[in-house]
Design a protein around this ligand. Sequence first.
Ligand code: ADP
Ligand code: ZN
Length: 703
Amino acid sequence: MAIVALVDEAEALLRRLVGVSDAAFREGQWEAVRDLVERRGRVLVVQRTGWGKSAVYFVATGLLRARGRGPTVIVSPLLALMRDQIAAGERAGLRAVTMNSANPDDWVDVATALADDAVDVLLVSPERLNNPRFREEQLPGLSERAGLLVVDEAHCISDWGHDFRPDYRRIHDLLTRLPEGTPVLATTATANARVVADVAEQLGAGGADVSTVRGSLARRSLRLGVLTLPRAADRLGWLAAHLGDLPGSGIVYTLTVAAAEDLAAVLRDAGHDVRAYTGSTDPADRIDAEQALRDNSVKALVATSALGMGFDKPDLGFVVHLGAPASPVAYYQQVGRAGRATERADVLLLPGVEDADIWHYFATVSMPRQEQARDVIAVLETRGRPTSTAALEAEVDVRRARLELLLKVLDVDGAVRRVRGGWEATGEPWNYDAERYSRVASARAAEADSMRAYLRGERCRMAFLQEALDDPSAVDCGICDVCSGPWYPLDVPASARAEAAGRLRRAGVPIEPRVQWPSGMARRGVQVSGRIPPDERTEAGRVVARLTDLGWGQRLRWTLDASAPDAAADGALLAACVDVLRGWGWDRRPEVIVSVPSRSRSALVGSLAAHLARVGKLPDLGPLGLRNGGPAGEPGGNSAFRLADVWDAWTVPPEMTAALRASPVVLLVDDLVDSRRTLTVAGRTLRRAGAAAVLPFALARVG
Ligand code: ADP
Ligand code: ZN
């Protein structure tokens, strides 16, 4: 009797939630709900997007709350997703709230509501679990009282997963702290057998039984295909010519920010209504762009993976990739956003030769380096008080983005701790887990091989992706380009290719001048701080391209690679440099050329300075002089270190000083710009020697 009543009650909740009066549970949904509510069990649900995973936890929450249990805590990775979740919960009559970095002012109200038991669902990001205030004030009470813990996108727990996030390792602590009999639900749409086993093991912490509900991951609405075109101009030309043929509105993914911006410009020039969406887009513009796509008021967003898990548009008509993601699992997750509520959605991949380089780059930046980790711990131990990330940056030679990642990893490993005012060492010994990192590195290599196999197309594309996720139900889809031949146009109209090629050849990216010295320079023995005085700054500069650009980026990556021989620049590159100078639009035309002395590429930089001098009819004053042998360290490193390295590295030879007096506007030529410290300090040296303006020019910039 009791069972029947529970089913009926659950079904009524489901119908309210989905807004369909005769809705019935889908296969597996009821089993999961029952396991959570009756057995108070731990359940792992691996089901495709759109199957109804959130329905499971909202229905379970309704039932548990009706039985007097505490609120459900949902750990979910993205704010955008949270907005949708709160709205969905409210449809089911559940009061849902969130505590995240965007609403600290509401925390007190939320905490009061929690204490009054007036909240049914609390959504938090994994980062929140490690916020000192949240950890101290909320977490202990919450884990004590939670009626249900939900871990969304649970593959992020596993370092076998394609999207492992250090913050998710906190969930393990939370699991061990839950009182016995607190049900736990973990959900994911993208986990292969190894990730499932790993997540199940972590869910079972403390000896709990874990039941797994796993369904077919096949997405029948998706028509998959791969179109290999030899050159970037062909791929861009294809998109410019055929984007309009794709159904509805959709997403064009690129691997880098530069590629997204370039491609958006090409598509706009071709008359398409598209917007770029990347990690460098302002948050407000991002929300606006998401809304425009939801409303079908743009044809496409040209996006990096920053348009991520949280984005939900059931009628998304297509997903195209310009450049392949690093693993079939990551690819499945991105294309899974299309066609959730449509009969058919088109999914096309246009791979590029440079994709593997980009995978390699992202794989290496995310791994902690042993010496750097030891330095960070040593500095925190010596200082013995909370230290901010900016202050740490002045003491250890690790760049900001990598430093932040490293601190997270060390935190999760227990060696450092985030406290108010920064970070401190815990005194716990830290061991470099070489075995784990090499394991992760070989998993990445295997994923890359698998992605290459996907591109070759020896098997039905959908079945291939399902098998990559160890889904045993894989059968041929019948509609992909392997099953039934190309469904997309194969031609690239000559005019579209020519347009794209012209755009790719177009050169020139600005570099903003530095206006601020990094903090903590005094600790590095350099007595500067605060703003750089206006009469010591450079003007805005130019480079031909970013190393990640679709056009010149590829060429310049080869030219500037550490293993490339030093040689004079070729005619095409020199012509591109002249184009950039022509299009500059400077306030004051340069009167002389000075170069930054280069150890490894003096022929390249020398040829550049000489050519620009000839074309612009400007005297080439040659390179700056070196003091004490020039810069000490290698390029790279973080800003405080790099600045200390180059501080006082250059001198202005007497004959150059004399020439500057007569012609004080300088074009300062270098090969590669990274932190901009070289240009900042060399520019300052010239300004102090009498230059009225310094215009930096280089071949490329990193990122
Ligand atoms: P997931 O979290 O697995 O991606 P959702 O829970 O967001 O999927 O559900 C996708 C859509 O299906 C939602 O619109 C939801 O209301 C609907 N839905 C879920 N379960 C059912 C069901 N049993 N019957 C009908 N519609 C359902
Ligand atoms: Zn197929």
